[in-house]
Design a protein around this ligand. Structure first.
Ligand code: S3P
Length: 170
């Protein structure tokens, strides 16, 4: 079986949904950011500060290229789907779900997060612009779009599991 990737903007619920989906489908779960932090022995803000964003983007592609061949669930970082090579790797090796949340909900969740360097250095307006400029890439990356607004975590997880089972044989 293939991998299940969750893509979407920061704060769209990728990690929470990934963890819950992992119980539901009995598949291992990996948070890409957490794996990169472990490999590098540094936090995301430290990586950004010490080596810059471009270097971090390279680590993301390396992760996708080298991660073990195993049926599992992977929540990606919010910038992963922007890169064409990343999109190709994900679509080739798995099923990609775009978690689509509205900006106001996202902003409420991320605005005070010290562990997200892009949030730290951006105004609300800048973040909103980034959100809209990235949307097309999430659409391009995703096989299936999941609307999260006004849906509980349980409903979202059940919907994704239903789609995974439906598409299993393809
Ligand atoms: C980023 C999103 C973060 C993390 C890094 C950069 C982005 O992941 O990879 O801070 O460019 O949107 P989350 O989407 O899990 O917050």
């Amino acid at each position: 079986m293939r991998k299940i990737y969750l893509v979407g903007f920061m704060g769209s619920g990728k990690s929470v949904i990934g963890r819950r989906l992992s119980y539901f489908l009995r598949l291992p779960y990996y948070d890409m950011d957490r794996e990169i932090v472990r490999q590098q022995g540094m936090s995301i803000p430290e990586i950004f500060e010490k080596y810059g964003e471009e270097y971090f983007r390279k680590l993301e592609t390396d992760f996708l290229l080298n991660f073990r061949d195993e049926a599992c669930i992977i929540s990606t970082g919010g910038g992963v789907a922007v890169n064409e090579e990343n999109r190709k790797i994900m679509r080739r090796t798995g099923l990609v779900f775009f978690l689509d949340a509205n900006f106001e909900d996202i902003y409420k969740r991320v605005k005070n997060d010290k562990n997200r360097p892009i949030v730290q250095k951006s105004t609300k307006n800048e973040l909103e612009q980034l959100y809209f400029s990235r949307k097309k890439y999430y659409h391009l990356a995703g096989h299936i779009r999941v609307l999260t607004e006004n849906r509980s975590i349980r409903q979202i997880v059940e919907y994704i599991a239903f789609q995974v089972n439906r598409l299993k044989g393809e």
